[in-house]
Structures are given as C-alpha cells and as structure tokens.
Design a protein around this ligand. Structure first.
Ligand SMILES: NC(=O)c1ccc[n+]([C@@H]2O[C@H](COP(=O)([O-])OP(=O)(O)OC[C@H]3O[C@@H](n4cnc5c(N)ncnc54)[C@H](OP(=O)(O)O)[C@@H]3O)[C@@H](O)[C@H]2O)c1
Length: 186
C-alpha cells in the first residue's frame, strides 16, 4: 500500500482501454467505450460498491460534461460518494457536490482517500493517473479491455511516465470486455 493508504482503502487507477492501448479516441472521443455496453452490470456495480471517492482530472470532467449534454445518461455510473476535481480553474457554475483540489498530487490523493472512508479511491484521467503513478501513489490498476482497435487517441500512459513494474492480480471475461487487475510494485 502507498504511504497515503488508510487501513482498507486502495488507490486504484480505473479505466476502459481499447485493445491497442487508447483510453480515448482522437479528440477525446469516448463514443467507443460506454462500460454499460460491454461489461456485465454486476461487475460494474461491484467495482462501484468498493469505491468510496473519486479523484478526477479537469479534462475528464469536461469530456464527461460534454457527453452528458449530448447524450443524457451516457455517463451514468452506480456511485454516489464524494467527487474531488483536480483543476486550476473554478467550475462555472459551481457544483456544491464537488470539492476542487489543486497543487500537490500527494496531498490531493491523501485528502480524497481520507474521504473514501476505508473504501477505494478511484483515479480518473490520464494526466492525473500519470502524476499518481509517477509519485508511487497507486496501489492497483483496473483495466476494462474493450474489443476495439482505435488506431489513435489518448494513450494509457501520459508523456513523461517512466517504467512501472506490475504484479498480475486477475483477469476475467465480463460480457464483451476483459477485466485486468494489476498491483503496482513498490
Ligand atoms: N477510458 C477511460 O476509462 C477514461 C477514464 C478517464 C478519462 N478518460 C479520458 O482521458 C482523457 C482525459 O485525460 P487527460 O490526461 O487529457 O486529462 P485529465 O487527467 O482528466 O485532466 C488533466 C487536467 O486536470 C488538471 N490538473 C491535473 N493535475 C492537477 C493538479 N495537480 N492541480 C491542479 N489541476 C490539475 C489540469 O487542468 P486545468 O489546469 O485546466 O484546470 C489538467 O490539464 C479524456 O479524453 C477522457 O475521456 C478515459
């Protein structure tokens, strides 16, 4: 466990990925990967139930907002815990259900993990996940490999990320997806 982990909660980078390693298509397109279209609902619910808080990058937030505006319900996820948004800019309009954090990634993870109340903290966003991996703050990576080749887009690893050694935990088929779990070697 990382230095910031409490008794039960893990810091988990959680994302869907194309077979060729992209987590978003060109222009941040996410029309290829609604989890609900591929992963068995029980598996999504199980992951959500183990999650106590989410730490989200601003670009991920904005892509989610746009998807929701264009296709209401498309970002639905069975989670109702605290959201922490990493950004240098205020939300317009402000959202009372979201806590804005800025600055040191270690402090942001510690704050959000504390709020997770012993459950897992989910990290969303390539840049934010890269910062967390680079600082050794991540305990586990959970990837939903979806049956598509995107050819181009936002890769799993953000620029500047150096080698991270992983420990396989499990792999399982779920609907049309394959769920891979890895522990991060410290
Ligand atoms: N496939 C999946 O499961 C999945 C999951 C999540 C995201 N995504 C995709 O990944 C893409 C977004 O990833 P991304 O790497 O482009 O961006 P990101 O990690 O979502 O957000 C990066 C932004 O967050 C803010 N930020 C990051 N660290 C900060 C810090 N320490 N202090 C203050 N603000 C900070 C900055 O925004 P400002 O400076 O502008 O405030 C930064 O530009 C989107 O296309 C999204 O759809 C895919």
């Amino acid at each position: 466990m990382s230095e910031t982990s409490n008794k039960n909660g893990k810091v988990v980078v959680n994302r869907s990925m194309s077979l060729d390693g992209f987590i978003a298509g060109p222009g941040h397109a996410m029309d290829w990967g609604p989890l609900a279209g591929f992963v068995a609902p029980g598996d999504v619910a199980e992951v959500a139930a183990a999650t106590g808080a989410m730490l989200i990058g601003r670009r991920t937030w904005e892509v989610g907002d746009k998807m929701e505006a264009e296709d209401p319900g498309s970002t639905d996820y069975p989670f109702s815990g605290p959201f922490f948004l990493l950004t240098h800019r205020p939300l317009e309009p402000p959202d009372p259900d979201v806590t804005i954090l800025s600055g040191d990634i270690g402090e942001a993870v510690a704050t959000a993990l504390d709020a997770a109340g012993g459950k897992n903290l989910e990290i969303l966003g390539a840049d934010v996940a890269g910062q967390c991996l680079g600082r050794g703050l991540v305990d586990e990576i959970l990837v939903y490999v979806l049956p598509v080749l995107l050819g181009d887009g936002i890769p799993f690893s953000s620029p500047g990320l150096t080698r991270v050694d992983l420990e396989p935990i499990s792999s399982a088929r779920s609907g049309g997806a394959t769920i891979l779990r890895f522990g991060v070697r410290k």
